[in-house]
Structure formats: structure tokens, C-alpha cells
Design a binder for this molecule. Structure first.
Ligand SMILES: Cc1ncc(COP(=O)(O)O)c(C=O)c1O
Length: 326
């Protein structure tokens, strides 16, 4: 079992920086009962060589959060830039010199019983030290879930809406009980969508394939980063199209992407080895490129990073992978 977070951590709650133990919400909070909140997950990576903590694509995460909150008629009353500044200040006040996970949550805060919501909204931002989410160095074993991915016309999967995560929680729990590391969910049409907390990519016949954003998937920011790296560093053709379940069993490579998981190679699905059961060349290269990018080692991708301390990027350079898979 994972340890609880230190209650003395400073969080941003009710417009103030305060210890988490003083940030409390009432038991009748609308979002607690009906799932009417929208959250985000943002990573910061500590680079020991530069003594710097880099927030990864924080502005894009906050833009997504503001858009998605609008689905529940919640207006986050600050700009993405202001939210980034609060996050930097939060990391500084806690003196974090380690990898972080930042959790903003906007929610319906009325204290009453009744599902219809009103315009009483609140938000907070918490940041917690966070290491590896999936131990994926050797590749993981994923299982196709018996739970279907929630449909856009039920609760939009792209929304990061709290209530929709009961779907992810059920699928994750089932996967773990069955001995898998992660669940892969199909939509009602039977097509592959994504993992419980991550997007999915497959290599087949030299092309990188991922479900389109209309297949009930989260419009992942890591997904977008990986597509940019694949296109520009590996000259790969990327195809967004429906993926059948059986393609998972015959593809050349398979991996998952997300803020929490990074790039997680899948080497077995439903007890089938993916190709020879080893981590593939493209997966390995993209994983390395991603690790280098988020630590500020790739000049072209420093545009993604917001440094917490010095306000300046690391000086050290790593070479992008020279291999082309075109
Ligand atoms: C259901 C789901 N899919 C995909 C992702 C990956 O999205 P991102 O790369 O923006 O973290 C996440 C994590 O946020 C998620 O919860």
C-alpha cells in the first residue's frame, strides 16, 4: 500500500498557500457525492545535473483543465499563466527537489443534497513527490478489460471528469486482481481506446498507430508529445485510426503514454507476447527521447518545460537519437 501524503505539505486552497491539514472540504460537497469535479495531472521532473525542477507542458495542462472544466460549467477564474505561476510558487514553498505530480482540481462545492448543480465552484492545486507510477523498465503485461470505456455521450472521456474515473478504477482493479499491470479498455464498438490512465500506441508494418481522439480517449498531452518526437526525431508516419483488439496480439510493438506512466512498453497482452516479447526499437527510442526531453536535455523541446528555480534551462545537451524508422 502506498503511504499517505505528508499533511504538512503546502497546497493552494481557497486562494491561499496553506498546509494540507488545514485544507478541508465538507462532507456534503456536491463533487464528493456526484463526481462533479475536473482534475489535471502535471509532472515536474528533477534534473540533478542542472539542479533544476522542470514542469512538463504546464501551460497546456492548465489550458486543457480550463476547457474541460467548462463542460461542467465551472469557470476557473485564473489564466493558464497565473496557474503556472502558482504552481512554481507551490513547488518553491515546499522546497521540492524531486520528481513531482501536480494535481489541480476544480469542483462543484455546494453543501447540500441534490444532483443538479449550481454555480458554486472552487478549486485547489496540490503537488506531491511522485516516483515511478508503473514499473515498466522491463515491459509490462496488459490485459483487455471486461469494462467498456465510458462513452462521450455518457461522460466525456476527454474531460478528466472525476466521476468518469470510477470507470478507470474498476478497470485497474480488475486488471490487478487478474495479475496484469494495466488495463486496456475497448469502447462499445469493440475498438481499442486506451489504458485506465494512459493512451495507447502500436507499431505495425513500420507505422505508428494510435486511436483517434473521437474513440473515447483522453486527448493526452504525452500522446501529443510522443507524436511530435516520433515525427521529428524518428521520421515516423503516424496514423490515427480504430484499432481492433486482435491487432494487439499481432502488432510489432505496443506502448502506453501518460503524465504518470511516461512511456511504458507493453511486452505482453492477455498472455500473448508482443512480437518476441522484448521492448521494441521504436518504443525504446521514444522512451529515451521523452526522458531526455522532460529533463531539459534536448534543446528543441525545452519549449515544453517551465523551470521552477533558476528560471533558466540546463546547459547540458543530449544528442537526439540518430536512428530513422521511416
Ligand atoms: C484515461 C487517461 N488517458 C490518458 C491519459 C494520459 O494523458 P496525459 O498524457 O495528458 O497525462 C490519462 C492521464 O491523464 C488518463 O487519465
Amino acid at each position: 500500500m502506498k503511504a499517505d501524503v505528508d499533511p504538512n505539505l503546502i497546497v493552494y486552497f481557497d486562494g491561499q498557500y496553506r498546509p494540507m491539514r488545514d485544507a478541508r472540504i465538507g462532507i456534503l460537497t456536491h463533487a464528493l457525492h456526484y463526481g462533479t469535479g475536473v482534475f489535471e495531472g502535471i509532472r515536474a521532473h528533477w534534473d540533478e545535473s542542472a539542479h533544476e525542477l522542470y514542469l512538463m507542458r504546464a501551460r497546456e495542462h492548465y489550458q486543457r483543465w480550463k476547457h474541460n472544466s467548462g463542460i461542467l460549467h465551472i469557470e476557473v477564474p485564473l489564466s493558464s499563466e497565473e496557474l503556472c505561476a502558482i504552481t512554481v510558487e507551490l513547488a518553491r514553498r515546499n522546497g521540492f527537489r524531486t520528481d513531482l505530480y501536480v494535481r489541480p482540481l476544480a469542483y462543484k462545492c455546494a453543501q447540500r443534497v441534490g444532483v443538479a448543480f449550481d454555480d458554486q465552484n472552487a478549486f485547489f492545486i496540490a503537488a506531491v513527490p511522485f516516483g515511478e507510477y508503473l514499473h515498466s523498465d522491463q515491459g509490462i503485461h496488459a490485459g483487455v478489460s471486461s469494462w467498456r470505456r465510458i462513452d462521450d455521450n455518457a461522460i466525456p472521456a476527454r474531460g478528466k471528469i472525476c466521476g468518469a474515473y470510477a470507470n478507470s478504477a474498476l478497470a485497474s482493479d480488475e486488471a490487478h486482481r487478474c495479475g496484469f499491470d494495466e488495463a486496456i479498455l475497448l469502447n462499445e464498438a469493440g475498438h481499442v481506446t486506451e489504458g485506465a490512465t494512459c493512451n495507447l500506441f502500436m507499431m505495425r508494418n513500420g507505422r505508428l498507430i494510435t486511436p483517434a481522439i473521437t474513440e473515447n480517449v483522453l486527448e493526452g498531452i504525452t500522446r501529443d508529445s510522443i507524436m511530435e518526437l516520433a515525427r521529428h526525431e524518428l521520421s515516423l508516419e503516424i496514423v490515427e485510426r480504430p484499432i481492433d483488439r486482435s491487432e494487439l496480439y499481432i502488432c510489432d510493438e505496443l506502448f502506453l503514454t501518460g503524465t504518470a506512466v511516461g512511456v511504458a512498453p507493453v511486452t505482453r497482452v492477455d498472455h500473448h507476447p508482443v512480437a518476441d516479447g522484448e521492448i521494441g526499437l521504436v518504443t525504446h527510442s521514444l522512451r529515451q527521447l521523452y526522458v531526455d526531453a522532460v529533463h531539459g536535455h534536448l534543446r528543441d523541446y525545452r519549449k515544453w518545460l517551465l523551470p521552477v528555480y533558476a528560471g533558466g534551462p540546463a546547459e547540458r545537451e543530449a544528442q537526439p537519437a540518430a536512428t530513422s524508422f521511416a
